[in-house]
Design a protein around this ligand. Sequence first.
Ligand SMILES: Cc1ncc(COP(=O)(O)O)c(C=O)c1O
Length: 457
Amino acid sequence: MTEQTRFQLSESDLPKFWYNVIADSPVTPAPVLRPDTLEPVTPDFLSVLFPMELILQEVSTERYIQIPDEVREIYKLYRPTPLVRARRLEQALGTPAHIYFKNESVSPAGSHKPNTAIPQAFYNKMAGTKALTTETGAGQWGSALALACNFFDLDLEVYMVKVSYQQKPYRRVMMETYGAQVFASPTDRTSFGRSVLAENPDTPGSLGIAISEAVEVAATSGGAKKYSLGSVLNHVLTHQSVIGEEALKQMDMAGEYPDVVIGCVGGGSNFGGIAYPFLRENLKNGQRTRLLAAEPNATPTLTRGTYTFDYGDTACMAPVVKMHTLGHSFVPPGIHAGGLRYHGMAPSISAFCDAGLIEAVAVPQKATFEAAMTFARAEGIIPAPESAHAIRVAIDQALDAKAKGEKRIILFNLSGHGHFDLSAYEKYLNNELEDYAYPAEAIRAAMLELPQVDLPA
Ligand SMILES: Cc1ncc(COP(=O)(O)O)c(C=O)c1O
C-alpha cells in the first residue's frame, strides 16, 4: 500500500466518453410528460428549449457517448481533477477507515458544474443558438454556465434566486465578469415573475420560480434563446460521469476499491457523476459498493418525498417527470446549502433509490457545518455547504467503522469550495445557525397540487 496522498491522472487520461447509466438500468424510467397535456413529450416539444443533440442524449440508451474534442480541450483547464486521500482527516477522527475525496472544487467556477455547462454551451453553439437562459440557486451553476458561454461566445441571462442574489453579491460579480446578465428572481421581466411579485412582493424566491422565469424567456423568444438546466436531466448526469470514471482509475492507482461512495444531492448531478460508474461496476462486474446520497433534513426529497409525477418548476411550464418530490409549490426553508433547495430529484436517482440500488441519508444543518469545520481544519479546504453534507455522511461512516473496528474504504465527492459561502460560516462561528425541522405541513400542502397523471399500463 502506497503512502501517497494525491492521485493525479495525466491529461491523456481524461475520459474520451461519458457513461450513460440508462444503458445498464435494471428499472425502466417512466416517460417524461408535457406539462400542458400530460402526454409523453416529443422531440418537437423539447426543441423549443434544447438543441437536438442534447435531446438525443436525453433519450439515449447508448452506454457510452463520445466527448467532443472541443469539450475535452476546455475540460483540460481543470481535468482530470485530483483524488486525495484525506489522511489528516483520518488522523483527526482516529479511524481505521481510509477516506478519499475527489476534488471537483478545482474547476475555475469552483464546483463540478462546468462538467455539463461546457458541453451544453458547445452543443448550443453548434446548433446556432445565440443566447441561453438559466436559473441559479447558490450561484455555482450560474457561474459555471457563464464561464462556458464566455468560451463559446454565447449571451447568457441568469435568473438568480433573490435570497442568494442578496446573500452572495460576489457570485453575481463572478457571473458578470464572465459576461452574463444576472437578475434577482422573481423579476418583472416575465409574466410569471410579475404574478409572483403581485401576490408576494417580499418573496425570497425559489429555484422552482427561477426555473419558470428562465423557461418562459426561452420559450417566448421565437427560437433566439434556449434554456439550460444544471442538474436533474439524464444528459446532465451523463456529462458528470467524468467524475466517477476518473475516480475509478485513481482508486486503482491507490490500490483500493471503495466500500462506500458518497455525494450530496440537490437535483442529483454530482452524486450521479461520482456514483454511476461505480453502480455500473456493481451491476455488471459483481462489486458491492454502497452508494449513499446525502441530503438536508430541511429538504428531504429522497428520504421523505413521494415518488410520483410532478412538475419540474413552480409555474408548471417545465416537463413533468416521475421523481421523488416535495411538491413543486413547496418553498424550502432558507438553509445555507442553496444548491440543495430543490423540490425534486433526477428521475434516474429516484428510480434507483426506489429499487434499493442506492441509499439516501438526511442530515441537519448544524451537524453539517460541524463536519465542514472538521474537514477544513484537517485538510485545509473550506467546502461548499452543499458538499459538507457528503462530508458529514463520510465522517459518520468513518466513525461507525471506528466503533466497529473495521477498515472501511470511503470515497466522497467534494463537489465545490465554499469561498463565496463565508457568511454562512460566519453564522456558524457566531453560533447563529439554525436547524430546520422537517416542514411536514408545508410539504403536505404542496403535495395536494401534484398533476393527476393517468398513463396506460
Ligand atoms: C457545490 C454544489 N454541490 C452540489 C450541488 C447540488 O446539485 P447537484 O445535486 O446537481 O449536484 C450544487 C448545486 O448548486 C452545488 O453548488
